[in-house]
Design a protein around this ligand. Structure first.
Ligand code: UD1
Ligand code: UDP
Length: 355
């Protein structure tokens, strides 16, 4: 069984690690195409090194640009490789432009397409990811849903064939790499942190960081909270901070740092008092570690975390963020919404069975 995997952005490397391992164990032959959507060492190579992901066979090195340009270049590049490699499956992850380019390339050549993290919806079409997800799901032959909600979302759109609720490979990854994070990460010592006496924040959604007033509002909430906040800054956000001339140095409780590798990130997440984020992956990881999460958005795809009271939505509203910060936060309910930590093996098994 030959699987051509398309990845390109940070969260996809993390999801592809346990799945690639399971594919190898099942005797599958994986050919990996990296689109080059993320390319800084700290946004790409560090994950291949830390998670033991074999080097991609091809890196298209597309880089950053407008969505249409970026997706078009990827589509062209992936199509040429598919024509040459003739895989049994194309495997895509999540909802980035790399996901959609892989999906379209496969669909146009009528190569079976499998989508990991199928069925997620925010029902907010202003998010670039929402188009990518909907289109990818409607092209896919096998749809691997992480949660029950995701499978229900697909049913509402009339997609019932090839749908499997398998759990979330991000949970597999956390289980597989937590011990390594504990042993190898020295980030708490390096930053002089005491467990549960700091919070952790990330931001990268265009709706939050591309608009100066909104970004300033969120950062003002961080500052006014008085809480020690460790803030690994995504490159999109770094560019905005520089472009808007925002001076983070004037807020001594905010500690901006470069994007982190996965092991350091797991160590920081596990020991944080609260996680503040607009990241999809971080909302789930907060849940896995039972760390209360404040989501700086008006909606989330991971509704189970809200229902369990582990996560709250505040949008970019300063008052709502501050109110949540000062609330007594603890996670009291926790369930296995995201599977049993063996999503990757189930995915590998289904890929070979459908073949
Ligand atoms: C992308 C995905 C988003 C995902 C996120 C994960 C799309 C539409 N968006 O958003 O769904 O949640 O990745 O992190 O696919 N940049 C660098 N170095 C890099 C990569 C990016 O400096 O290695 C800068 C560039 O200025 C670029 C900007 O970050 O223009 C945004 O990168 P891009 O990949 O377009 O989108 P993300 O915001 O990273
Ligand atoms: N992550 C990381 N270092 C960072 C920020 C995030 O390793 O500095 C990891 C995080 O633990 C999670 C994934 O990247 O596993 C989430 O990616 P991101 O927030 O970029 O994208 P999203 O999940 O929102 O698509």
């Amino acid at each position: 069984m030959k699987i051509l995997t398309v990845v390109g952005a940070r969260p996809q490397f993390i999801k592809a690690a346990p799945v690639g391992r399971a594919l190898r164990q099942a005797g599958g032959d994986e050919f990996m195409v990296h689109t080059g959507q993320h390319y800084d060492h700290g946004m790409s190579q560090v994950f291949f090194d830390e998670l033991g992901i074999p080097a991609p066979q091809v890196n298209l090195e597309i880089g950053s640009g407008h969505h249409g340009w970026q997706t078009g270049k990827m589509l062209e590049g992936i199509e040429a490789i598919l024509l040459r490699e003739k895989p049994d499956w194309v495997l895509v992850y999540g909802d980035t432009n790399s996901t959609m380019a892989g999906a379209l390339a496969a669909a146009k050549l009528q190569i079976p397409l499998a989508h990991v993290e199928a069925g997620l919806r925010s029902y907010n079409r202003e998010m670039p990811e929402e188009h990518n997800r909907v289109l990818t799901d409607h092209c896919a032959d096998l749809l691997f849903c992480p949660t029950e909600t995701a499978a229900a979302n697909l049913r509402k759109e009339g997609i019932t064939q090839g749908v499997h609720q398998v759990g979330d490979p991000m949970y597999d990854a956390v289980l597989q790499f937590s011990e390594a994070a504990e042993k190898k990460s020295t980030i708490l010592q390096a930053l002089g942190l005491t467990p549960k006496q700091y919070s952790l924040a990330t931001l990268h959604r265009p709706a939050n960081v591309d608009d100066e007033a909104i970004l300033r509002e969120i950062l003002a909430a961080f500052e006014q909270s008085g809480e020690k906040i460790i803030f690994p800054v995504h490159p999109r956000t770094r560019h905005s901070i520089d472009r808007f001339g925002i001076e983070l140095a004037s807020a001594p409780n905010i500690h901006p740092i470069a994007p982190l590798g996965y092991l350091d990130m797991l160590a920081l997440e596990k020991n944080a008092r609260v996680i503040l984020t607009d990241s999809g992956g971080m909302q789930k990881e907060a849940y896995f570690f039972q760390v209360p999460c404040i989501t700086l958005r008006e909606e989330t795809e991971w509704v189970e975390t809200l229902e369990d009271g582990a996560n709250v939505l505040t949008g970019a509203d300063r008052e709502r963020i501050l109110a949540e910060f000062s609330a007594d936060k603890h996670v009291s309910r926790w369930a296995d919404h995201f599977g049993d930590g063996h999503a990757a093996e189930t995915i590998a098994d289904l890929l070979s069975r459908y073949l």
